[in-house]
Design a binder for this molecule. Structure first.
Ligand SMILES: *Cc1c(COP(=O)(O)O)cnc(C)c1O
Ligand code: SF4
Length: 326
């Protein structure tokens, strides 16, 4: 049994999860080898949203290690965004004008099987607290930067103390205006949005923008709604990015339901990303043609503010690249 610690508990053994969901390893094409290359971790709060005895549940699909992950597919590589070459120094990515992305942790609350950082050699890159401080010093010297993006991993997997250290340090840099936090935690592990975290975020003198990562309406339960409301009440701008994933959200009804659920929770759909071709993710791939066709239908059915931008990331470009759909 996994410990039912109320605030922080995770499933870390796939077979425990299958037992709970009344599924067999064969039904799910379970692969131990896939776990060996990218570990299995899912918060209990997320598991509670997965339907029982339903192998094709869209949440289960995102987190379950399957045999297809272990097949090498040509065109799929370990660092599809060429982040190794966009790194000015370990843990600091500066690809786009005015913005610097600071990697503050390699931890996530959940391990998504399609994650483009699943093979990212965090340890080798060796960022740690002195590295973070070194990176902040670099940001301090570069007056062209007005926005810091905390990323990882998931920045909200840091402790409140660690976060407050970063936030108060960033407060001292006068050319910064905005603090962006990329996080999946408010939705997948909503208990983490506790009062201590809210107090910590309130320390920020920069405007906070939180870019969430929700791929399916079913991910937003009542617990997530409460946490999102807490953030909204603190005047944090809430945006969402999703990844278009085969077997998860690659149909019009699902994408419409997602946009509706986001707006219901004061979250603006921001990006719909095409999959980054990281090794082990090929079974989630949707072709450009299929993506564009889906998007055209979506555009006919949704008001403009509910329509995310369809994008992909191409290494070396000055921004995310819009997919032309007209
Ligand atoms: C995606 C990304 C950003 C943010 O891009 P926006 O288009 O402003 O959301 C910034 N830096 C890096 C390295 C990124 O990958
Ligand atoms: S939460 Fe984000 S960074 Fe973490 S595994 Fe999922 S997609 Fe990757």
């Amino acid at each position: 049994m996994i410990p039912r610690n109320k605030t922080r508990s995770y499933f870390t053994r796939p077979l425990d999860l299958l037992k709970k969901l009344h599924l067999s390893a064969e039904q799910m094409s379970f692969s131990e080898k896939a776990v060996a290359s990218f570990s299995f971790k899912v918060p209990v709060a997320y598991v509670d949203k997965i339907q029982k005895a339903k192998p094709d549940d869209p949440l289960l699909q995102q987190i379950f290690p399957v045999q297809q992950e272990t097949q090498l597919t040509s065109g799929y590589i370990s660092d599809p965004l060429d982040e190794a070459n966009s790194t000015c120094q370990p843990g600091l990515l500066q690809k786009y004008q005015g913005r610097a992305l600071l990697l503050v942790t390699s931890n996530c609350a959940i391990n998504c099987r399609y994650c483009f950082r699943r093979t990212y050699p965090y340890e080798e890159k060796g960022y740690n607290w002195s590295q973070i401080e070194e990176n902040i010093q670099r940001i301090e010297k570069d007056k062209s930067i007005n926005e810091i993006i905390l990323s990882g991993g998931d920045p909200l997997s840091l402790s409140n103390e660690q976060l407050s250290q970063i936030i108060t340090r960033l407060n001292t840099i006068s050319h910064l205006k905005r603090l962006r936090i990329h996080s999946r935690i408010p939705v997948v592990e909503p208990q983490r949005i506790n009062n201590g975290l809210i107090d910590t975020l309130e320390l920020s003198q920069l405007q906070i923008i939180m870019v969430l990562h929700v791929n399916h309406a079913q991910e937003i339960g009542a617990d997530s709604q409460q946490s999102l409301l807490k953030l909204y009440q603190k005047k944090i701008i809430l945006l969402n990015q999703s990844v278009l994933l085969k077997g998860v959200n690659n149909n019009v009804d699902s994408l419409i339901a997602l946009s509706e659920a986001l707006i219901d929770n004061q979250i603006i759909p921001y990006y719909l990303h095409l999959l980054d071709k990281v090794q082990g993710s090929a079974h989630f791939f949707i072709s450009d043609v299929a993506a564009i066709e889906l998007y055209q239908q979506l555009r006919k059915k949704l008001p403009g503010y509910m329509l995310p931008r369809l994008v992909r990331e191409i290494p070396g470009e000055a921004s995310k690249t819009s997919i032309h759909t007209a």
